[in-house]
Write a protein that binds this ligand. Sequence first.
Ligand SMILES: [Cu+2]
Length: 328
Amino acid sequence: MNVIATLNHKAAQPILAAVLLAAVTIASFGCGGDESAPASPIPSASGPNVVEMSVIDLIFEGPDEISSGWTTFRLKNTSGMIHFAVLERLPDDRGIAEQQQEIAAVFQRGMDRINQGEADAAVEAFGALPEWRNDIIYMGGPGLIAPWQTAETTVLLEPGTYVLECYVKTVGVFHSYNPVPELYGMVHEITVTDEPSGAQEPVADIDITISSERGIDVEGDIGLGRHTVAVHFEDQVVYDHLYGHDVHLVRLTENTDMDALAAWMDWSQPHGLETPAPAEFLGGLHEMPAGQTGYFTIDLKPGSYAWIAEVPDPAGKMMLQTFNTSVR
Ligand SMILES: [Cu+2]
């Protein structure tokens, strides 16, 4: 029934194997995101190298060129919709135009088929993804962030061409896809130069280790107030939705439907990642290759929260971990 799972076992198997190989063999970066962060810095010896980004409607605004090294993305969501900004390092000979035409458009064609209940046609559509998608390196990036909130994420960047992308959906259309010909979706290309930022690696007080076998494992005192969270990627795999695991923070209420929340984390389902979200997301860190560490900052208030991954069935993968700050 899962179209993407079917795809995995059919046309895309060689593609996915190559994606997995790339994810396991590539190295270098770090990142983190935060919530309604006032402009307070992440601890470091020389101060953070902050790249200010904002979301206005369905558009990322920010610099086109930044230095390399440890880099903090502060993503201010000034829209009434949930978004995120997964950071993707593109192969050297690719840019935003190819990302839009050869990947975003293909994903939308496949999603259209899923929404219409045409499983076989969806599998065929996703089979058109180009082989060079296997060479994209996912470098973290600010996690799911609710309307009017700010996410703060720190990553170690090597020089290259990158794209920030939001593939949250609204009425079945990925934000990263623009149905108007010649117009781009919610993507932003950034050139990372050879010039080093000089910023130091953040110092974390909460450590999360995530793996496909043991899920999300948290160490540290999760008390009230601000924290810098390190996420250590023990391994990385490609799941049925064609992406790997990551970590987001979500605030829960007594009305939160946990089953609906878990189901929402799978974009390949018709209601997955569809706005509005079933709970308030407060930032996080998108997927990174095995062996890498990234960072994000959070500001906890009394209440209930969960760490959750954007994967199919996060609870079954031990990637949905709830906690309560008021009882600690
Ligand atoms: Cu978006």
